[in-house]
Design a binder for this molecule. Structure first.
Ligand SMILES: N[C@@H](CCC(=O)N[C@@H](CSC=O)C(=O)NCC(=O)O)C(=O)O
Length: 277
């Protein structure tokens, strides 16, 4: 992996890398924040998955996470939200909620998407293997994300509890099998068999598998997408049934934006730091 940009930030390093991804079959960029403690030895990492229309740069530049990550000695690993580049399929109308910038953290099985759209394997396997081989990381991981990325974080953690010590999300798409964003993306990437969708639906996964992972979710009450797309009550219902350790905090007045994320990212990083030890 090659450095394409680097800045000093709160005594640590904010770095943007480029690499050739075998899993996605294209060149990718991702961002990393290494706290000052990484100069002395391996540190734990929080993976951050962004939402629709984002690249790795939205969280890096808008969330204000580096100050508290530097204090807590946490690395931040921030992948892109889809494969990119020449030859990578996009929605025919360049819609914001399918194709580029909208990989939904699934392994696509349907053409033309299955050529490159394997974001689940990329985030779960290829990216951690790469950064843990090249950077001073301890291999202890937590995961978080926003909206489509909150869905991705919950799904990755619920399906792979041995890989993550904790999971959190801002305004996640909690029940993608039952909302317009999810139905559009999952039918395109996975086909019409809804049994395949259940592998990528946090509420259905929690209901069927349960979980012992600590889960923190923040949701703005003034979020325009809340009722139609996000459906946190489906996750709460599943957690109740599964007796899972979910804390959902409804935050009055907050919307879906990065101002909301910036307001509560400190709580999420402290939550993960407690579990990362
Ligand atoms: N353009 C769309 C909405 C796009 C949007 O709000 N994207 C969010 C994530 S939504 C769920 O995954 C985002 O994070 N945008 C980037 C940012 O920097 O704010 C519309 O207008 O409806």
């Amino acid at each position: 992996m090659q450095i394409v940009q680097e800045q000093v930030c709160f005594g640590g390093r904010q770095i943007r890398y480029q690499h050739d991804s075998n899993v996605l079959n294209c060149s990718m960029q991702f961002s990393v924040f290494l706290p000052p403690q990484a100069a002395a030895g391996p540190v734990p990492a929080v993976y951050w998955l962004s939402g629709l229309t984002c690249s790795d740069e939205n969280f890096s530049s808008k969330a204000g996470a580096q100050r508290i990550a530097a204090e807590l000695g946490l690395a931040l690993i921030i992948p892109d939200t889809s494969p990119r580049g020449e030859g990578v399929a996009d929605d025919e109308n360049a819609a914001y909620d399918l194709g580029l910038g909208a990989g939904f953290y699934v392994n696509a099985t349907q053409a033309p998407w299955n050529q490159h759209y394997q974001m689940y394997d990329y985030v779960l396997n290829e990216l951690p293997a790469l950064v843990e081989a090249e950077l001073p990381l301890s291999g202890k991981r937590a995961i978080s994300g926003h909206s489509m990325g909150g869905h991705g974080a919950l799904v990755l953690a619920l399906r792979n509890p041995e890989r993550f010590v904790s999971v959190s999300a801002f305004s996640p798409i909690c029940n993608p099998s039952d909302c317009p964003w999810g139905e559009k993306a999952l039918s395109a990437y996975l086909g019409e068999n809804r049994q395949m969708w259940a592998h990528y639906d946090a509420s259905l996964l929690l209901m069927s598998k349960g979980s012992t992972l600590p889960i923190l979710v923040d949701q703005g009450e003034a979020d325009n997408f809340l009722a139609e797309q996000l459906k946190p009550q489906a996750l709460v219902q599943a957690a109740k049934q599964a007796n899972a350790d979910l804390t959902l905090r409804m935050q009055p007045g907050y919307d879906h934006s990065y101002y909301f994320i910036a307001s509560f990212i400190e709580d999420h990083l402290r939550f993960h730091a407690k579990h990362l030890g």
